[in-house]
Design a binder for this molecule. Structure first.
Ligand SMILES: Cc1cc2nc3c(=O)[nH]c(=O)nc-3n(C[C@H](O)[C@H](O)[C@H](O)COP(=O)(O)OP(=O)(O)OC[C@H]3O[C@@H](n4cnc5c(N)ncnc54)[C@H](O)[C@@H]3O)c2cc1C
Length: 480
């Protein structure tokens, strides 16, 4: 939708093809909480995005900063320095201007008080570089962009699945579309592909991500099956990025096969840094407190998928239960509760209870209780001497009642895709732009490898959408 609005700004006439029916429109974007990672250099930048913040709110909030350098550091660190430097620079440098542009288009933002800030000494302090969310979450964001599109005369055709590109030696001249069982051609001077990755396609997942990925649950839309990537590659586009990588999280074990818009992202279970994760063998298998959840959650889905039965239980005691994120309190949750660890062990389906009790005893004995706990920083309150130590936020599990939550792997989106240039144009296998073809969003390869800093997907969709839309619009009106 950012691409459509940006192309329209150039004076182009724009048609959006949406494979989903109207009530399921907006792809993965609609399933998000609307959290967006942007550069900001202080409170003035946040005020520009959230002008309705009151003086009282400002006085009780330590917003901090998130500079370009910090964003670069985060992207570098989590992608093990594989992120494409040019793409990464574009994303980061254009993040704040693109946020301001979205606001001008009618998207409203607010600070993420609930999940990204803890109140300490009467003041909210934000952590992990993520401060802003769209008003109304993902659905609010999608609605605001569609309303802007309607105001600006952009037509959206629903249940219209693009099936191929109309091409010749001079480039791309439109798309073929299947609507109401009939295939038709839509001619256009330029085309922006923004149809997501291949996360909802079990066959492609198994082919590219590897064995076992057919068993993952899809967190979001069922419509992102790799169509855009396939049609571009059929037209000669180069594949690019981490094709064997994806964003995947701990997700309720009994969640449906695809996302449910009524539940949104609440099947996720992201308070694991404060507890322990146990597999079917009764063992911990990962450092739950390696980093803030923003920097580990996207890679731990893969780790859970690799456990026996693709399953893990998250375990908490009464010190932590009141602090669990909202998503732990939904109705559709797979949870057990018991007064003692022994009773809990019996209730945790599929787990070797004896091994679990033994594991917790060893864990409890290893916690450095002399180091103070502080959720706002990496507090270094660790365990010592375990095969897999916990690096931060370690608590003994010793105060009942106890709760355990059963999770599996939920895939969010795939990292591999197409190669684009600085104008958002899709490159062919000789690294030359395919005339008239542009791309944005999840299907742009090269930004994310192995992992991802939370809130970057929407920012990438917006930044590269605006960029690709502007180039496509200029081409359409004959200015390039
Ligand atoms: C549960 C969940 C929570 C998330 N939370 C966050 C978050 O808080 N912050 C964040 O930054 N990111 C989050 N993400 C990631 C984020 O959703 C994506 O990175 C981002 O929305 C991708 O935008 P996009 O426009 O590329 O794709 P999408 O928003 O998925 O849009 C793709 C569109 O293409 C359509 N489509 C697909 N195939 C065709 C076809 N052949 N013809 C026509 N239309 C087609 C789809 O129906 C859809 O409307 C989350 C994802 C999920 C699933």
């Amino acid at each position: 939708m950012c691409a459509a609005l940006s192309a329209r700004e150039q004076g182009a006439s724009v048609l959006v093809l949406e494979a989903a029916p109207k009530d399921l429109r907006g792809g993965n974007s609609a399933f998000t909480a609307g959290n967006i990672r942007t550069v900001f250099n202080g409170v003035e930048d946040i005020k520009a995005l959230v002008p309705d913040l009151t003086e009282e709110e400002l006085a009780t909030t330590d917003i901090g900063t998130y500079t370009e350098d910090e964003f670069f550091d985060d992207m570098g660190r989590v992608t093990e320095y594989r992120t494409d430097p040019d793409l990464c620079e574009t994303l980061i440098k254009r993040s704040l201007p693109t946020m301001k542009w979205m606001r001008e288009k009618g998207v409203r933002f607010l600070p993420i008080y609930g999940k990204q800030a803890f109140k300490i000494d009467g003041k909210f302090k934000f952590w992990g570089g993520l401060v802003i969310q769209a008003w109304g979450g993902g659905p609010g964001l999608v609605d605001a962009l569609h309303e802007a599109a309607e105001r600006e005369g952009i037509e959206v055709m629903y249940e219209a699945r693009a099936t191929g590109l109309i091409t010749d030696d001079d480039g791309v001249h439109g798309v073929t579309v299947k609507k109401d069982g009939k295939t038709m051609s839509v001619r256009a001077r330029s085309v922006v592909i923004a149809s997501g990755g291949f996360e909802a396609n079990p066959e492609w997942r198994t082919r590219y991500l590897g064995p076992g990925w057919d068993l993952a649950k899809v967190r979001g839309t069922r419509y992102n099956v790799g169509d855009g990537i396939k049609m571009a590659m059929d037209a000669g586009a180069r594949s690019f990025g981490n094709w064997s990588g994806c964003h995947a999280v701990g997700w309720d074990f009994n969640a449906p096969e695809f996302g449910d818009l009524d539940v949104g992202d609440n099947f996720q279970k992201h308070s694991y840094p404060w507890g322990v994760m146990i597999n079917a063998l009764g063992r911990r298998f990962v450092d739950e407190g390696a980093d803030f959840r923003n920097y580990t959650y996207a890679k731990y889905g893969r780790v859970i998928l690799g456990q026996p039965g693709q399953m893990a239980w998250q375990v908490f005691d009464s010190k932590i239960i009141p602090k669990l994120r909202d998503e732990y309190r939904i109705r559709q949750v797979t949870k057990v509760r018991a007064d003692t660890l022994e009773e809990l062990a019996e209730k945790m389906e599929g787990v070797d209870g004896k091994a679990f009790l033994d594991e917790i005893a060893k864990y409890n004995a290893a916690v450095r209780t002399d180091i103070p706990y502080n959720p706002n920083v990496k507090d270094g309150r660790c365990t010592e001497g375990l095969a897999i130590d916990k690096t931060n936020w370690a608590h003994r599990l010793d105060e009942g009642p106890f709760e355990a939550y059963q999770t599996t792997c939920g895939i969010t989106f795939t990292f591999g895709g197409l190669r684009i240039d600085e104008d958002g144009a899709v490159l062919d296998t000789e690294e030359k732009p395919i005339k008239g073809l542009y791309a944005a969003g999840e299907l742009v390869g090269g930004l994310f490898y192995f992992n991802y800093p939370g809130g970057t997907g929407l920012m990438s969709g917006a930044v590269f959408g605006k960029l690709a839309g502007a180039s496509a619009g200029q081409k359409a009106v004959g200015n390039s």
